[in-house]
Design a protein around this ligand. Structure first.
Ligand code: PEP
Length: 252
């Protein structure tokens, strides 16, 4: 089954509302002829409704960088799946390494968020990836195994039909270091077989697995050419529409 390529931009804690809208407008123009690739941008919560309004009717979709797993209640500072969905957003990034590193995200909380996202009508993008120390200790597959198994615990293939996995080696995020094609190929093949083992071959075949970690116009082609790579989760280079479009256009 053909998987539609997916390029997602994580804007992290960059851009005020007006800046986000300006960038989104430029991207809408640049993406006018982008047919066979799905494009998503994830601005801050504060800009999500503004940017979603701005891209409505275009090829660009929006997503949140996080969500809280409760439906509603006295959870000061948090944002629910329903609130995100109400902006017109389709996706939620979950378990990003920066959330794991700085905000106490665990596989268990990520799993609750995956469930909450699905129940709230959002498509989850579950981020996984090993640290440099874990790779040096040859624990990469062990870590990924745990992150996927625990991050999706108790969820079935039907619920997870819109799942997107993003393999983001922590040592390659925002560092300018990119995993080499052999490393990416090896991990993506491993993840494909892991999904097959945990669910089914058919399920595994349908799920998109993105690579993330210092993807830029200069390295997009070789990374996106890898068989089991279905697109990219892009941080830094997604902030600049002229760079981001070059990554998107690799698929045209
Ligand atoms: C990310 O934020 O998910 C990411 C991959 O960042 P960068 O592209 O800047 O490494």
């Amino acid at each position: 089954m053909a998987r539609i390529p997916f390029i997602a931009g994580n804007w992290k804690m960059y851009k005020t509302g007006p800046e986000a809208v300006e960038t989104a407008r430029k991207l809408v123009d640049l993406c006018a002829d982008v047919g066979k690739v799905e494009v998503m941008i994830a601005p801050t919560f504060l800009s999500l409704a503004l940017v979603s309004d701005c891209v409505r009717g275009s090829r660009i979709k929006t997503g949140a960088q996080n969500l809280y797993f409760e439906k509603e209640g006295a959870f000061t500072g948090e944002v629910s799946a329903a609130m995100i969905r109400a902006t017109g957003s389709e996706y939620a990034i979950i378990g990003h390494s920066e959330r794991r590193q700085y905000f106490g995200e665990t596989d268990e909380t990520a799993c609750k968020k995956v469930r909450a996202a699905i129940q709230g009508g959002l498509k989850p993008i579950l981020c996984i990836g090993e640290t440099e120390a874990e790779r040096d200790q040859e624990k990469t597959f062990l870590i990924l195994d745990k992150q996927v198994s625990d991050g999706l615990k108790g969820l079935g293939p039907d619920e997870l039909r819109d799942l997107v996995l993003a393999y983001e080696p922590v040592w390659a995020i925002g560092t300018g270091k990119t995993a080499d094609t052999r490393q990416v190929d090896e991990v993506h093949q491993y993840l494909r077989s892991l999904l097959s083992r945990l669910f089914s071959a058919d399920f595994s075949d349908r799920i998109r697995i993105l690579y993330g970690g210092s993807v830029k116009p200069e390295n997009a082609k070789e990374l996106m050419n890898i068989k089991d790579v279905d697109g990219a989760l892009v941080g830094g280079a997604s902030l600049d529409p002229d760079k981001f479009i070059k990554i998107i256009k690799y698929y045209l």
